[in-house]
Every structure is written in C-alpha cells, then in structure tokens.
Design a protein around this ligand. Structure first.
Ligand code: TXA
Ligand code: MG
Length: 346
C-alpha cells in the first residue's frame, strides 16, 4: 500500500515563510510575485498558492511546492471582466454566470483566447482555461499586478485544503517565502467549477456555490461529472481535482457513521449525536444547529484539528446532500477514499 513517503511527511521541517496580515502584506506580495515567486494568499473560498500565470517559472514553483502531478491544470484568477476576456472566450451562458457570481466562488472553464499570455503550464496543455474572479485581497493584488494569478489551494497535493494561515504554514511553511494572513476563509470550500458545453452546463466540481443557486441563474439543470475513479491510467482527466483520494488527513475517514467505534474521533453535524459519541477520542461539530454554510466553513479546519488529536480514524456523522452538502460530502468521500489511489502518489 502506498501511503505517505517520509519525504512527503516533512515532519519537523522548520518554517521559513514570513506571515503578514492583509493590511501589511500587499507590497511584499507584489514584489515577490513580480520576481516570479509564489505567495500564499487568502481568498473567500480557501487559501491559494499564487504565482504569476504568465510566468512559467512561477507556475513551476507552485507545482514544486505542492508536489502536484504535472497534468493538473490550475485555476487562473482575474481581477475583472476585462482581464478575463483577454485570456478566455466567453459564450452567452458563461457571461451570464460571471455577471451573477463574480467576484465569488465560481470557476468557469472556457476556451483559451488566441494569443493569451497565460503560460501553458497553467492549462497543462489544454485549449481551455479555468477562470475565477476572487473577492477581497486576491482581487486587489491581481489588479495591482495587472496579470492573472494561477492559484491552486495552498496545501500539498492530496492533503487537506487550508482555510487558515496557520494551516498553510504547517503544511507549506518550509517551502514558500510569504503567507498573507486574512483570517479564516469565509466559505471554507473551493469554488464550484462549471463548464458550458453548447446548450448544457456541466458541474465539474461541486463547491462554494450550491448547484441549485447556479441552476436558478441559467434555468438549466447542472449535468454532473461522474466521479473519477482516480486509478491513474495516465489518460487526461478533465478535472483532476476530482481524483478519488484527495483532501486526505493522516487519519482514516469513515463517512455516514451512525455510531462511534472505540478510539475513533468524531466529526459531528447537527443537534443529534451518533451512538457512542460520549466515548469518542475527540469531537468537533461542524454546525451544532445543522447549518450547511457553517459546516462548509468549518470542514477543513475541524478535520485538521481531529487529525491532530492522533486518533487513527475520524468517524463523520451523516450530512444531508442538499445545497452545500453536495460539496461537503464530495470532499468527505475523497478524504475517505483508499489512499493507494491518492493523487499525490508519485
Ligand atoms: O476556490 C478555489 O477554486 C481555490 C482558490 C484558491 O481559488 N482554488 C482551487 O484550485 O481549488 P485548484 O488548482 O486546487 O483546483 C483546480 C481545479 C482542479 O480540479 C482542476 O483539474 C480544474 O480546476 N481545472 C483547471 N483547469 C481546468 C480545465 N481547463 N478544464 C477542466 N478543469 C480544470
Ligand atoms: Mg486543492
């Protein structure tokens, strides 16, 4: 069974990253990005590991820091519609979605514009590009830089997504020069990824905007992408972030748990507890009131905290599949998937 290699664990690695609050980090982040370096930045969804999307060396540094398989294309982040139209070709439906949800947690996969300055490493050789306009610090930074930022989530490939600056530091602090700290991210889940295909719209990754909310804008049902098995056959996958084992803590994850087994930690949801909850090695509740938005915002940080408790398995109470529950359950299933098909294995 392929687990983590010792090199991947990096236990005891000293942090070299400088950590600056958003108010003081702008100039330093700009200088580093202009020099082709990578910087971890807060977005409303999750922390991103950002590099200049037009600079191949910067993009290569992102892959290097994440230990990400090279065939995974990255999301390019823009600060406005003008910049978006410089790099991608918009159809009417995509334009409508951008108008409705940008800036915000929606990524659109679009044909790459001819002559776009995006480095081919960003798109992994595809003739399409994943584009998103983030809120807040990220947008201001991109506007100042004047170029799109490639930014996958700021975590090692296959590991839990970082929603706080502390989580970024614990994972990547030894490998990157700067983490801009904007506090815990608001949404807590990556963006929803959508691709318009003719008269249909496909959901490539459930995320921070509930499918129903997207459907209300287009008036069309979102087609789902069958989950990739993750068996790395070498063929091109459309949304490699969708590989089966992803977002994995060190502990095993058991979803839909109606009861807690001896030694397990419990990731709870809502007011009612699984049988045996009182004996759990550790317990955190994603949302005591059963609010899916609150649960999304807490998902990754609670998983990390329960992982730190040292329990061998994290049991997760059932979470309804409606609204943001679709994306939450998607991440939990991937965290629970067998590790020998994990994306980060090389
Ligand atoms: O919320 C987010 O989306 C965060 C923040 C930092 O913006 N970013 C993020 O990026 O989650 P990343 O790189 O971890 O996820 C990129 C996803 C992957 O599933 C990738 O396969 C997909 O986008 N993707 C990128 N380019 C694509 C393309 N041309 N066609 C289809 N999928 C694409
Ligand atoms: Mg990710």
């Amino acid at each position: 069974m392929a687990g983590y290699s010792n090199a991947e664990k990096k236990i005891g690695r000293a942090s070299v990253a400088e950590i600056l609050k958003t108010g003081e980090g702008m100039e330093r982040a700009l200088a580093l990005l202009e020099a082709g370096q990578v910087v971890a930045i807060p977005t409303e969804t999750v922390y991103g590991l950002a590099g200049d999307a037009t600079n191949g060396e910067a993009v290569a540094r992102i892959f290097e820091a994440k230990g990400r398989p090279r065939f995974n294309p990255l999301i390019a982040h823009v600060s406005g519609l003008v910049m978006a139209h410089e790099v991608a070709v918009f159809d009417t439906l995509s334009e409508k979605l951008a108008q409705a949800f940008w800036p915000g947690p929606l990524t659109l996969v679009l044909p790459l514009a001819k002559g776009a300055a995006i480095h081919p490493l960003v798109t992994a050789g595809l003739d399409t590009i994943a584009l998103r306009m983030p809120q807040g610090f990220g947008s201001q930074l991109i506007a100042r830089l004047g170029r799109p930022l490639a930014a996958p989530s700021a975590n090692s490939s296959g590991r839990i997504t970082a929603t706080t600056a502390e989580a970024v530091e614990a994972d990547l602090g030894g490998k990157i020069p700067l983490i801009v700290d904007g506090g815990p991210t608001e949404v807590g889940l990556e963006s929803s990824i959508v691709k318009v295909e003719g008269a249909t719209v496909r959901l490539l990754r459930p995320g921070g905007i509930a499918a129903e909310v997207i459907e209300a804008v287009t008036g069309l049902p979102l087609l789902r992408q069958a989950a990739n098995t993750g068996a790395n056959t070498g063929e091109r996958v459309e949304a490699p972030g969708m590989l089966a084992s992803h977002y994995a803590p060190n502990a095993a994850v058991r979803v839909g748990a109606a009861s807690v087994r001896p030694g397990e930690a419990l990731l709870a949801f809502g007011p009612n507890r699984a049988a045996g909850a009182a004996e759990a090695a550790a317990m955190l509740n994603l949302s005591p009131s059963g609010d899916l938005r609150e649960a999304a915002a807490n998902l990754f940080s609670h998983m990390q905290a329960l992982d730190r408790s040292g329990a061998k398995t994290i049991a997760v109470e059932p979470i309804p599949d409606a609204g943001l529950g679709e994306a939450i359950n998607d991440r939990l299933r991937r965290a629970a998937a067998p590790r020998d098909i994990r994306e980060g294995r090389k």
